[in-house]
Design a protein around this ligand. Structure first.
Ligand SMILES: CCCCCCCC/C=C\CCCCCCCC(=O)SCCNC(=O)CCNC(=O)[C@H](O)C(C)(C)COP(=O)(O)OP(=O)(O)OC[C@H]1O[C@@H](n2cnc3c(N)ncnc32)[C@H](O)[C@@H]1OP(=O)(O)O
Length: 187
């Protein structure tokens, strides 16, 4: 998870959403961010300065692991989604290769997890990023932390590996196709 010596600092794409703007879902049925996914976390990420974002996630009763406490896997999902959203500021499509998570404090149900994430380095197709989740407010205690290694892929990664039903539905949605392809032709 340590960037190699030839890694470079991330560069915010000129067309990236301005600081303060919501990024929007990359796919309406995404478990992490989709607004058409009733079982999902519906995480909304907002661009920050640089190659960084913020997001909020409210822990619901259906996210419990132990009584009244968030399941660690759900918190890892929130971190994964937050880190993944960063790649939109680079205008790169990427998937999680590795995710390392520290669970520092228990997170009770009804808590708002205030997430902040930033890309720290880029080396070829590898994107290194880090995130924290705080409770008790945006400046509260750190409850969770994660480092991510995302790997850049082409749209074909999804076309080649996804289930045909969902791929065909996505490919017949002009907004989805425009959004996905724009990242490939405007590097
Ligand atoms: C028109 C149609 C509509 C489609 C529209 C879609 C739009 C979608 C938009 C945005 C989607 C974003 C979705 C975000 C969702 C939240 C994030 C997730 O949960 S993603 C899901 C979980 N992750 C996976 O499913 C990855 C599964 N893994 C793979 O597919 C492969 O392993 C992959 C692509 C990651 C790498 O495979 P390789 O064959 O392309 O590349 P190799 O050569 O193996 O790796 C490249 C470099 O990365 C390192 N690397 C790869 N995996 C690593 C690992 N686990 N740990 C450390 N290094 C790793 C390698 O060592 C290599 O490094 P060296 O270039 O040699 O220095």
């Amino acid at each position: 998870m340590t960037p190699p010596d030839d890694a470079t600092a991330p560069v915010r794409h000129p067309d990236a959403p301005a600081p303060g703007e919501l990024l929007g879902a990359h796919y309406a049925h995404c478990f992490g961010c989709g607004d058409a996914q009733p079982h999902g976390l519906m995480l909304q990420a907002r661009a920050a300065e640089g190659v960084a974002i913020t997001a909020e996630f409210t822990v619901k009763p259906e996210h419990q692991g132990a009584p009244g406490l968030a399941h660690g896997g759900v918190l890892a999902t929130a971190l994964d989604e937050t880190l993944g959203s960063l790649n939109w500021l680079l205008r790169v499509i990427a998937v999680t290769g590795r995710l390392e998570t520290d669970f520092v404090r228990p997170v009770p149900v009804d808590t708002v997890l205030h997430l902040e994430a930033e890309v720290t380095a880029v080396a070829g197709r590898k994107i290194y990023s880090t995130a924290v989740g705080r409770i008790g407010g945006p400046d509260g205690e750190i409850a969770v932390r994660a480092d991510g290694l995302f790997i850049e892929v082409k749209v074909d990664h999804f076309i080649d590996n996804g289930r045909p039903e969902e791929i065909q539905a996505a490919m017949s949605d002009p907004d989805q196709v425009r959004r996905a392809r724009a990242f490939e032709v405007n590097p």
